[in-house]
Design a protein around this ligand. Structure first.
Ligand code: 5AD
Ligand code: SF4
Length: 537
């Protein structure tokens, strides 16, 4: 039988990137070949995002293009994975009959069986006949508030992660929490990814250790509300010899250690500390995304005391108006948010030793009912927060959410667009000022690779540069040639632990390949809004 080639494209967030990596590993272990060229594939899979309509539109248009191709190639199997599959369900197939396989983000462990069935059916039927295969979670994940004794098969997907040697300088994601219990009124995630579930700390630490053994230099822990992580050891359940993930509970007050006096609990602070101590060869540990409320001092203390945990927090505020925050069901006020930022800076901002605390945020403009005055308050918040960078989104009504059902989307698109642009301009000013403040400081920079400029100089095409990680070996070989052949010293790029991008020239007499994946001390000599430039010391 010929090897089936699969093209897998990812849309949306880091959680999706990780899901795609796990799915790709699982499929290649089963003998499928992953191809970077959609036109060569027997199976086309889109791992989709539903957070905003725009993200969905991209997928709709790709599916439209595939419909034409399928008329020429009836054996083509098309799969939609992720949040759009879960949210739209069979309506998606009614609208786009080109789709054969639907697999929600909570069912990805079942994908190999679905694909196998679809391919077999396709082959045994004459072209064009349906090979439909569907696995969706529906509302099952919220059925019971008690801990379930059933095996969590999605955990097996994370556990079976195939970790092979990684390119030098590589980073990796590790999931600690799936799903979300927050139900912000604009957001589809609690519906598409289901209830919050925390992975056992042993599994997480073991995965980090294996990644580091394979050469990973930076790990980013993932969770929708990552700082809500906690695992109660007294309630631990073991099914088929595997410790099961646990459903999240809602606590009144802080999620820090005090809330669990006398219980055997691994809190988020404990988890960070344990990874830091038990994976000592990991140079950098990060985490996203933090929920601004319930952020105990215990987490800030651990970050302060563990030198390899990055001084970087992504803490979305979403709005600077208390009225809007209430309607978003965010559960904090603007003053509480800013109090948290002050507290975090008090613990973690140490520019004098090259470790300023860097913050990033998310803001939604044009939430239903947002007035000019509300928006002015958001501008005020953005100025006071001084984010290194801020992701700004126009509100996008999402069917099924409370905001969609109960609050009319009454801010005209042109107003949303204007607010979006105004806020972007303000954030650019702030980012620019923060960049310039770094001139004269010295940072530890984790070198990730050659800068785009040097890659172009080494003769790589734009496409190769985009797929830099995949072609790392080729780049290495070619870099060596160019380094030897020209007097030009290749420019390296890397990041500070606060996630600032830094460019610097390879020091005289050194091979750039030897520096990739290393931490190099760099003194910043100039800066623009997006990047810092300096010399290695
Ligand atoms: N419209 C616009 N932005 C949204 N986000 C989530 N849902 C919506 C929506 N319906 C943004 C939030 C969140 C980020 C991941 O996406 O800012 O933090
Ligand atoms: Fe969505 Fe709110 Fe959960 Fe973030 S915290 S994933 S915005 S519901």
């Amino acid at each position: 039988m010929t090897t089936r080639r699969i093209y897998l494209e990812t849309f949306g967030c880091q959680m999706n990137e990780l899901d795609s990596e796990l799915v790709a590993g699982q499929l290649s272990r089963l003998g499928y070949e992953l191809t970077p060229r959609a036109e060569d594939a027997h199976v086309v899979l889109y791992n989709t995002c539903s957070v905003r309509e725009q993200a969905e539109q991209k997928v709709w248009s790709r599916l439209g293009e595939l419909a034409a191709r399928k008329r020429r190639q009836p054996s083509l199997v098309v799969g939609v994975l992720g949040c759009m599959a879960e949210r739209d369900g069979e309506d998606l197939i009614r609208r786009m009959p080109v789709v054969d396989v639907l697999c929600g983000p909570g069912e990805l462990d079942k994908l190999p069986a679905l694909l196998d069935n679809a391919l077999r059916t396709r082959e045994s039927l004459s072209g064009g006949a349906s090979a439909r295969q569907i696995a969706l979670q529906g509302n099952t994940s919220r059925r019971s508030a008690t801990l379930s004794a059933a095996s969590d098969d999605l955990e097996l997907l994370d556990l079976s992660r195939s970790i092979s040697a990684t390119p030098p300088g590589a980073g990796a994601y590790v999931r600690i929490t799936r799903g979300c219990n927050k139900f912000c009124t604009y957001c589809v995630v609690p519906f598409t990814r289901g209830a919050e579930v925390h992975r056992p700390p042993g599994h997480i630490i073991d995965e980090c250790r294996r990644l580091v053994d394979a050469g990973v230099r930076e790990i980013t822990l993932l969770g929708q509300t990552v700082n809500h992580y906690r695992f109660e050891h007294d309630a631990e359940q073991i099914v088929n010899g595997i410790v099961q993930p646990q459903k999240g509970r809602t606590y009144k007050g802080s999620h820090n250690r005090d809330a669990f006096a006398g219980e055997r609990v691994t809190t988020f602070a404990d988890l960070l500390y344990q990874i830091h101590e038990q994976v000592p060869d990991l140079p950098r540990l990060r985490f996203v995304t933090s929920y601004p409320r319930d952020f105990g001092d215990d987490v800030l203390q651990v970050i302060r005391d563990c030198p390899r945990i990055c001084r970087y927090l992504h803490v979305p505020a979403q709005s600077g108006s208390d009225r809007v925050l209430r309607r978003m069901n965010r559960g904090y006020t603007c003053a509480e948010y800013l109090e948290f930022l002050d507290r975090a800076r008090g613990f973690l901002d140490q520019p004098e030793v090259g470790r300023p605390l860097m913050l990033s945020g998310d803001i939604i403009v044009g939430f239903p009912g947002e007035t000019d005055e509300d928006f002015e308050q958001t501008i005020d918040l953005v100025r006071r927060a001084r984010y290194k960078n801020c992701f700004i989104f126009k509100y996008s009504p999402r069917p099924g959410t409370v905001a969609y059902d109960r609050i009319p989307d009454d801010v005209p698109d042109e107003v949303k667009r204007r607010r979006n642009n105004d806020l972007l301009a303000i954030q650019e000013e702030i980012s620019d000022a923060i960049s310039r403040e770094q001139i004269g400081r010295t940072f530890d920079v984790l070198v990730e690779g050659l800068s785009k400029r040097s890659l172009k100089h080494a003769g790589l095409t734009k496409g190769e540069i985009r797929r830099k990680n995949a072609v790392a070996l080729t780049i290495s070989a070619r870099t060596r040639e160019t380094t030897v052949a020209s007097a030009h010293r290749p420019q390296l790029s890397g990041r500070t632990d606060g996630d600032l991008i830094v460019f610097f020239d390879t020091p005289e007499g050194q091979n750039p390949d030897d520096l990739i994946g290393q931490i190099v001390s760099v003194r910043i000599s100039h800066a623009d809004r997006l990047s810092l430039f300096g010399e290695a010391l």
